[in-house]
Every structure is written in structure tokens, then in C-alpha cells.
Design a protein around this ligand. Structure first.
Ligand SMILES: Nc1nc2c(c(=O)[nH]1)N[C@H]1C(S)=C(S)[C@@H](COP(=O)(O)O)O[C@H]1N2
Ligand SMILES: [Mo]
Length: 224
């Protein structure tokens, strides 16, 4: 469990601590990763109506590139210098005719039914990617195979793993219970209502047990 104890380090955003390795993490850590197809398949919808389906070939045609970024979980652990291979979300959206906002909000949906809400502005920031590889290897089921959203300027709960759909909405969709609409790391937007200095410590105490359970549920599924 001690390998999941993050340490103070210079240069991190407010309230963050450095973790040696990126753990598998979730607010439902006992759930194993969902069964996913090996190749990405991403639906893009506008108010429920299917606009496009992107395949692995479509994403390859957009020229995936390496992007180095740090990753910050709202519970205060960070990892630095990750190399994601992928395509900026804004280029993916432009490729299906969405260079301008079809709606102000979008929901990123995952194979494990997890969702995150993004504003158009946050979604088309230049550092937001659809990634298929991490540190030179195909994404594995710990880190979101076969396709994940990576939004490095927002807390990790916006970086939806096992991504299956992006849905545009005219009205602000319902947020998860502890989800801030923007969740910008630089502004320490951790929680929708509670002040950040108040949630840092209780969140930090959850890191080691959460990462431990998340990793354990992964190996349970593998051996079953
Ligand atoms: N589909 C899905 N995406 C998810 C989660 C999840 O449980 N399911 N957890 C989120 C949280 S809280 C964090 S911090 C990161 C963790 O990413 P990692 O497991 O690759 O470290 O994924 C985010 N994306
Ligand atoms: Mo997180």
C-alpha cells in the first residue's frame, strides 16, 4: 500500500503530491474494467442523434502524435511526464464537421457507464486528446483500453477511460455527485460546492486504499 502514498514535490499544481507510478484508479475501485472491443469505436451524437462513428482507421488517418503531459487526480495524486499517443479531440470533431460548437456541453461516456461532462471550451483545448497509447504501448485495461479521453488541465475524473461515445447537449447535463463542471487544476476546482482546502486531506487519505482495491479488482478479473 505504501507505493500508493504520494509525496511532496516541487512544481506541482496547488494541493497535489507526486505518485511514483500511475495507479489504476476509480471512485468505484472494486469494479473490474469493462469488457471492451480491442479496437476503438467512438460514437458522436448530438441530442441523441448519431452524427458519426469513428473507427481505429479513422483515428489513424488523423495522424496520432505523441503528447507529453502530467496527470492530476482530484484526490491529490499526480504523475508527471506521461507520453500519450493520440489525436486532439478538436481535430476529431473537425473531421466530422464539428469545427464550431454544435452545443455548449458534451458528455464523454465509457464502457463502464462512467460519464464526465465537459464544456465545449474545455473539450477543444489544444491539450485534450483521444489517446490509444501510453508511454509507447497500447493502452491496457488498467488505463482505459482501447480509447480514452485525456484532459490534462482538468482533474482526472474528466479523462474518461474506455471511451465509447461523445454526446453534445444544449442543456447542462447532470454532473456526478462530486464532479465540478470545469474541474480546472490550475484553479483547484475540485468539488462543485466544498472548498478545496477542506477536501484535500479526506481525499488524500482515500488514495492508498482506493488504488490498492482498484489494482486488486483488476487481477481478480484476470484470474477468474
Ligand atoms: N471509464 C472510467 N474512466 C475513468 C474512471 C473510471 O472509473 N472509469 N476514473 C477516473 C478517475 S477518478 C481517474 S483519477 C482516472 C484514473 O486513470 P488511471 O486509472 O489510468 O490512473 O481515470 C478517470 N477515468
Ligand atoms: Mo481521480
Amino acid at each position: 500500500m505504501m507505493r500508493y502514498w504520494p509525496r511532496r514535490a516541487p512544481g506541482l499544481p496547488p494541493g497535489q503530491r507526486l505518485m511514483a507510478e500511475m495507479p489504476r484508479f476509480s471512485d468505484l475501485p472494486h469494479l473490474p474494467p469493462p469488457a471492451m472491443p480491442t479496437a476503438p469505436r467512438l460514437e458522436i451524437r448530438n441530442e441523441g442523434e448519431l452524427v458519426a462513428v469513428l473507427t481505429a482507421a479513422d483515428l489513424r488517418a488523423l495522424g496520432p502524435r505523441d503528447h507529453t503531459a502530467d496527470f492530476h487526480c482530484v484526490t491529490t495524486w499526480s504523475v508527471t511526464g506521461l507520453v500519450w499517443t493520440g489525436v486532439p479531440l478538436r481535430e476529431v470533431l473537425a473531421s466530422v464537421g464539428m469545427s464550431d460548437a454544435p452545443a455548449p456541453y458534451l458528455v464523454a461516456r465509457a464502457g463502464d457507464r462512467r460519464e464526465a461532462v465537459l464544456t465545449w471550451e474545455d473539450a477543444v483545448a489544444e491539450d485534450v486528446l483521444l489517446a490509444t497509447r501510453l508511454n509507447g504501448a497500447a493502452l491496457d485495461d488498467r488505463h482505459g483500453a482501447p480509447l480514452r479521453l485525456v484532459a490534462p488541465s482538468q482533474y482526472g475524473y474528466k479523462s474518461v477511460k474506455h471511451l465509447i461515445a461523445i454526446e453534445f447537449r444544449a442543456e447542462q447535463p447532470r454532473l456526478m455527485s462530486k464532479e465540478h463542471l470545469r474541474a480546472r487544476v490550475a484553479f483547484e476546482e475540485r468539488h462543485p460546492r466544498l472548498p478545496s482546502p477542506l477536501v484535500r486531506l479526506p481525499y488524500r487519505l482515500m488514495i492508498a486504499p482506493t488504488a490498492y482495491v482498484a489494482e486488486r479488482s483488476l487481477s481478480h478479473r484476470r484470474t477468474n
